[in-house]
Design a protein around this ligand. Structure first.
Ligand SMILES: Nc1nc2c(ncn2[C@@H]2O[C@H](COP(=O)(O)OP(=O)(O)O)[C@@H](O)[C@H]2O)c(=O)[nH]1
Ligand SMILES: [Mg+2]
Length: 259
């Protein structure tokens, strides 16, 4: 059965190195390491049923830049069977912001902590099991220059694919936000794909214009959602989008303290 695995992460984390190594695409046909401008797809040479997608590096799924919009559209509309999220082991913190957003998509999700050869060379230790516990997903080590480790990372993503029922979002947001998201989710039931309920509830909570336009909620439903959002905004004394961003950063710092 054919299966699609999307490589997602910050620029320079090692996605293209992994992609080129496993697909064996000629250098001029693939993205060049260091500058990914386009989305590329190719089968894994040793396992042609697995299609890898190499995507431009991004820092967030907010559709503010062309690359972010392209990656977000690809993930939301095409829904790969799994996401392999590559973060830099040498500097994991910036990558984790995106990881918390990728988790919201409800797509089976595996994290690969990359550049581990450099981490090991520096004699640094990282507790990847802690990262698994906090992020609620499988975490593998990766040196993208080591073909065997690349293959193992993709295998982990293939194993995670098709296990949607085992997905559970990590505890990133506070209780008041989660309560509002559940309420918004009730309003959205039947209007969006069931496996993307959380993603769309978050978009409504953020008042994301594009997502709202696409959902076509009635004025009454919009008003119900607004009441839930405004209650959290009053409690947190901040706008809803900033509330989510701040809570993501607070979650990441607490994860970093444990790594
Ligand atoms: N030492 C080391 N360098 C890596 C590793 N992965 C990627 N690189 C280097 O980091 C740079 C960016 O890698 P690239 O694959 O283009 O990252 P991308 O932006 O995520 O596609 C390149 O110069 C790679 O050779 C790794 O695991 N170890
Ligand atoms: Mg690249």
């Amino acid at each position: 059965m054919q299966m699609k695995i999307a490589l997602v992460g910050n620029s320079g984390s090692g996605k293209t190195t992994l992609f080129n190594s496993l697909t064996g695409v000629p250098q001029d046909a693939g993205n060049r390491a260091g500058i990914t401008v386009e989305r590329k797809e190719a089968p894994v040479a040793d396992d042609p049923e697995v299609i890898l997608m190499d995507l431009p590096g991004i820092v967030s799924l907010a559709p503010y830049t062309r690359e972010e919009a392209a990656v977000r559209n690809c993930l939301v509309q095409e829904r790969p069977d799994a996401i392999l999220n590559v973060i830099e082991g040498t500097n994991p913190e910036p990558g984790l912001f995106l990881s918390t957003q990728l988790n919201d998509l409800g797509v089976p999700f595996v994290m690969a902590v990359g550049k581990m050869d450099l981490v090991r060379k520096k004699g640094r230790q990282m507790d990847l099991r802690k990262l698994e516990t906090r992020m609620h997903c499988r975490v593998v080590e990766l040196s993208a220059r080591n073909r065997g480790e690349c293959a193992a990372a993709v295998r982990a993503a293939v194993e995670a694919a098709g296990q949607e029922e085992r997905l559970q979002a990590p505890a990133v947001f506070g209780e008041n936000v989660e309560r509002a998201l559940l309420g918004i989710g009730e309003i959205l039931k039947g209007k969006v794909p069931g496996n993307m309920l959380r993603w769309y509830a978050i978009k409504v909570f953020e008042r994301d214009g594009r997502a709202l336009d696409a959902m076509g909620l009635s004025p009454r439903e919009l008003e119900e959602a607004e009441a839930l959002i405004r209650a959290v905004e009053a409690e947190e004394e901040d706008d809803s989008e900033s509330v989510l961003t701040n809570q993501r950063y607070a979650f990441i710092s607490s994860v970093m303290e444990e790594l």
